[in-house]
Write a protein that binds this ligand. Structure first.
Ligand code: CMC
Length: 426
C-alpha cells in the first residue's frame, strides 16, 4: 500500500501521509491541508471525515461488524454483564475478578442522589419528557460536584457517580408520571435489578426481579453501550474538547441522543407501528409513504443507518431477543407481527434495497422494552443508560490523547462586504 497520497491543485502537487488503522481502514491524513494548500475540505455531515483516532470501538458498516475493544458484540451480548462491558470500554480491558468487585462495589455505594437534586426535579412539570429531565439533572450534577471542573487526573470518582446515579434519576420521571412515590436505590441489588426495583417496586407490595427481564435488559444495554463517532458521542467529545467537565459533556450527549433521527427513533418506531395498527395494519401504505419521503416527509423509523449498509448486527441480536423475551414472558404484542411484516415488505422493495436501508438497532428494541413494562417515553432514556459507558470512554480517551479543541471550518456563502443602511432608509 502506498503510504502517501498526492493531491494536485492549481498546477501544484502536494503529498499527504496515509494512515492505516489496526483493522486496515485507510485515511488521508490532511491535518496540514490548509497550511499547505490554503484549501479546506467540504464534507457536510462529516460522512467522510475521521475526526479522531480511537482504540475503543471498531465497526465495519459493509460487513455488519461491531466490536468493543476487539471483542465481538455477539460474544459480549451472550457472555458479559453490562458493568463488565462498561469497565472494558472505559478502561480498555475486561476486568479481573478483583477489579470488577472494586468497580461494582463503588457503583453500588454511589447510587443515592443528593436530596437537593430532588428539589430541582420537583420543579419540573409532571408532563416533562424524561429525556429533558435527564439531561438537565446530569448538567446540574456539575453544580453539586464542582471539583469536576478543576480536578485534573482524578476523574474516576465522577465516572462512578454518573454510572451509579443515572438509573436513579431516570426512574424518578416514570414514577412521578404515574403519581407514585419514587424509590430509593437498594445497594444490596445489582445494577440492573436496582434499576428495575426503582422503576417497578411499590411501597404496598413485594417486587421480585424477573430474571428474564433482567437478562433482556442486560443485553439491550450492552448492545447500546458504544457506537464510535455517532452524533451524541461526537457531541460529547466536541463539548469535552473545550475541557468542559464530564457532567456537562454527557448532558450535551443526552440532548443530542434525544433527536428522532438518533436515539429518539426507538420511541418513534413504536408510535409508527401503533399508527399502522390503528390504520388497519396495511404496511404497504407506509412503505409507499416512506418511498416518497421527499413529498410525504415520512421515513420508516428504525430503518437505515449512516454506517451500516448491509445489516446492523445489533438489530439481528435484538430481533431474535424480541421473539425469545416475548415468548418467555408470555406477551403477545400485535405490533411485533406488524414490525416483521414491515421489515419484509421493505427488504423486498427496490427503493430500500438500492439505498441499502435495513432495520437498525431501534427497530425491535422498543418492542422488547414494552414487553418489559417500560413505557414508550422512557425508551430513549434506556438508550442513554446503555450509551453512558461509551460516552465516558470516548470523553476519557479524548482527554488522554490530548485531542485539540474541536473547531470545524466552513465555506462562507453569505453576502459579501456591503455598506450599512440606516433604518429609516431601508
Ligand atoms: N425511510 C425512508 N427513506 C430513507 C430512510 C428511511 N428510514 N432512511 C434513509 N432514507 C433514504 C433517504 O430519503 C435518501 O434517499 P435519496 O437518496 O433518494 O435522497 C437515502 O435513503 C439516504 O438517506 P440519508 O438521510 O442521506 O442517509 P443518512 O446515512 O444520512 O441517514 C439515518 C441515516 C439513520 C439518519 C436515516 O436512515 C434515517 O433517518 N432513519 C430513520 C431514523 C432512525 O431510525 N434513526 C436511528 C438510527 S440508529 C440509532 C442511532 O442513531 O444510534
Amino acid at each position: 500500500m502506498a503510504n502517501t497520497a498526492e493531491l494536485s491543485v492549481d498546477g501544484k502537487s502536494y503529498e499527504f501521509p496515509i494512515f492505516e488503522g489496526t483493522e486496515h481502514e485507510k485515511a488521508f491524513d490532511i491535518s496540514n491541508l490548509r497550511d499547505q494548500t490554503g484549501y479546506v475540505t467540504l464534507d457536510r455531515g462529516y460522512k467522510n471525515t475521521g475526526a479522531t483516532k480511537s482504540a475503543i470501538t471498531f465497526l465495519d458498516g459493509e460487513q455488519g461488524i461491531l466490536q468493543y475493544r476487539g471483542y465481538s458484540i455477539e460474544e459480549l451480548a451472550a457472555k458479559a454483564s453490562f458493568l463488565e462491558v462498561a469497565y472494558l470500554l472505559i478502561y480498555g480491558e475486561l476486568p479481573t475478578q478483583e477489579q470488577y468487585a472494586t468497580f461494582e462495589t463503588a457503583i453500588r455505594r454511589h447510587t443515592l442522589v443528593n436530596e437537593d437534586m430532588r428539589k430541582i426535579f420537583d420543579g419540573f412539570p409532571v408532563s416533562a419528557h424524561p429525556m429533558s429531565v435527564l439531561s438537565s439533572l446530569v448538567s446540574a450534577m456539575s453544580a453539586f460536584y464542582p471539583d469536576a471542573q478543576d480536578e485534573k487526573g482524578s476523574e474516576d470518582r465522577h465516572i462512578i457517580r454518573l454510572i451509579a446515579k443515572l438509573p436513579t434519576i431516570a426512574t424518578w420521571s416514570y414514577k412521578r408520571s404515574l403519581g407514585h412515590p419514587t424509590n430509593y436505590p437498594k445497594n444490596n441489588l445489582d445494577y440492573i435489578s436496582n434499576f428495575l426495583n426503582m422503576m417497578f417496586a411499590l411501597p404496598v407490595e413485594e417486587y421480585k426481579v424477573d430474571p428474564v427481564v433482567a437478562e433482556a435488559l442486560n443485553v439491550l444495554l450492552i448492545l447500546h453501550a458504544d457506537h464510535e463517532q455517532n452524533c451524541s458521542t461526537s457531541t460529547v467529545r466536541l463539548v469535552g474538547s473545550s475541557q468542559a467537565n464530564l457532567y456537562s459533556s454527557i448532558s450535551a450527549g443526552i440532548s443530542a441522543l434525544w433527536g428522532p433521527l438518533h436515539g429518539g427513533a426507538n420511541q418513534e418506531v413504536i408510535e409508527m407501528l401503533e399508527a399502522i395498527k390503528a390504520d388497519g395494519g396495511d404496511v404497504s401504505k407506509y412503505v409507499d409513504m416512506a418511498k416518497n419521503a421527499k413529498t410525504t416527509g415520512f421515513r420508516l423509523f428504525g430503518f437505515g443507518h449512516r454506517v451500516y449498509k448491509n445489516f446492523d448486527p445489533r438489530a439481528k441480536i435484538i430481533k431474535k431477543a424480541a421473539d425469545d423475551v416475548l415468548s418467555k414472558l408470555g406477551v403477545n404484542d400485535p405490533v411485533l407481527e406488524i414490525a416483521k411484516g414491515l421489515e419484509e415488505a421493505a427488504l423486498n422493495d427496490d427503493y430500500f434495497v438500492q439505498r441499502k436501508l435495513y432495520p437498525n438497532v431501534d427497530f425491535y428494541s422498543g418492542i422488547i422494552y414494552r414487553a418489559l413494562g417500560i413505557p414508550t417515553n422512557m425508551f430513549t432514556v434506556m438508550f442513554a443508560i446503555g450509551r453512558l459507558p461509551g460516552w465516558i470512554a470516548q470523553w476519557k480517551e479524548m482527554r488522554e490523547t490530548k485531542e485539540p479543541i474541536g473547531r470545524p471550518r466552513q465555506i462562507y456563502t453569505g453576502a459579501t462586504l456591503r455598506e450599512f443602511v440606516p433604518i429609516e432608509k431601508r
